[in-house]
Design a protein around this ligand. Sequence first.
Ligand code: HPA
Length: 268
Amino acid sequence: MLEEIKKCASFIQERIEGFVPEVGIILGTGLGAFAEQIEAKYILDYHDIPGFPVSTVEGHKGRLIFGLVEGRKVVAMQGRFHYYEGYAMSQVTFPVRVMKLLGIQYLFVSNASGGINTSFSVGDLMIITDHINLMPNPLIGKNMAELGPRFPDMHNCYDKALRDKATAIAAERGIKLQYGVYVGGTGPTFETQAEYRYFKAIGGDAAGMSTVPEVIVARHMSIPVFGVSVITNCGLSDEIGDHEDVQRQGAKAGKNMGLLFTEMIKNL
Ligand code: HPA
């Protein structure tokens, strides 16, 4: 696996002609529009990258965008890989491994999620303060000791200094923020009412089907992580969420998320 990761990274390095991204960004469902705020220098379709899985979900484009945000070098994944699509965890997290070898020093992750905290409204942005993993751990298997330890620490998994920066920027820009714990399940079903209550009882504020594997792998490699959830539905209300709602709400709230990401990157 490590050889495959290295091969992929050197293939990309050749294509991007010495460009070294400082920030890796993963754009969640409905949040792909942030890509337009990147002054793109190189765009690689996942199809064309050896070793990269290819996204199957509607609304996920499937390309790596290398470029500038406020003059800072970034690489954005427009489209991510979900466990529910049938990928192995090693595939879901493969791009994060590759981005590390390409040089990223920060990982920004975003996702659409279902609010469990009853003070949340549809369209809110939630700064992820911590997570609960209800998926298989992506580090199960032989440890890649060259990349990180066998038993990685998960304290400060979502970097406190980055969260504080977000709070300051949001106050300055008048962006409303919520804070909370993201519960990552496998999906693809949305939760039953009893499961939303269970997620709430164990300390969750929002439910989703992504992010946790990528964050665990990033922390394995000691990359500081900043994570934002767009609340696209409220799990404990009677209304039924569907994938189209999630995409639509994601796109709407994505504007503020884009502003927050841009300002954060500018001030790193
Ligand atoms: N549950 C899980 N994943 C989600 C949800 C949800 O309610 N909304 C958006 N992604």
